[in-house]
Design a protein around this ligand. Structure first.
Ligand code: ZN
Length: 125
């Protein structure tokens, strides 16, 4: 009986770590696909590919902005209140390294969306 209980706990632990590991691998693969897709997309203006460096930089900047927004929300919340969820649109501005044209990358749809406001955001940011 005792062995069966220990075996069950052990197997539950192994299953838990396997689930967490699978989730982390899934997130890493999705991130890789997002960046690979963006790197291969063509700028709507000059029709040249953005490239890996631009893809990584634009997503890293977006992630920093999301982190800053979460920190600001935490700082501004009422004492004792709880933040349930912060939902970001997972779209970020990307500036063409060749011509400077700005579009908005949509990770969810893995495409580009023209966004004139994004150009202002990149130039000021
Ligand atoms: Zn371009």
């Amino acid at each position: 009986m005792r062995f069966a209980a220990l075996a069950a706990v052990f197997l539950a632990g192994v299953a838990w770590f396997a689930l967490i590991g699978a989730l982390l691998v899934h997130v890493a693969i999705e991130d890789f696909r997002d960046l690979r897709t963006l790197a291969r997309l063509q700028c709507p203006a000059c029709k040249r590919a953005y490239g890996k460096t631009t893809a990584r930089r634009s997503k890293a900047k977006y992630q920093r902005e999301c982190d800053d927004a979460v920190r600001q929300i935490e700082a501004d919340k009422e004492p004792g209140s709880v933040i349930v969820d912060v939902n970001f649109d997972n779209e970020w501005p990307v500036e063409c390294p060749h011509c400077g044209h700005c579009a908005k990358s949509s990770a969810h749809h893995r495409n580009l969306v023209e966004n004139p406001l994004a150009a202002k955001s990149i130039q000021n940011g």
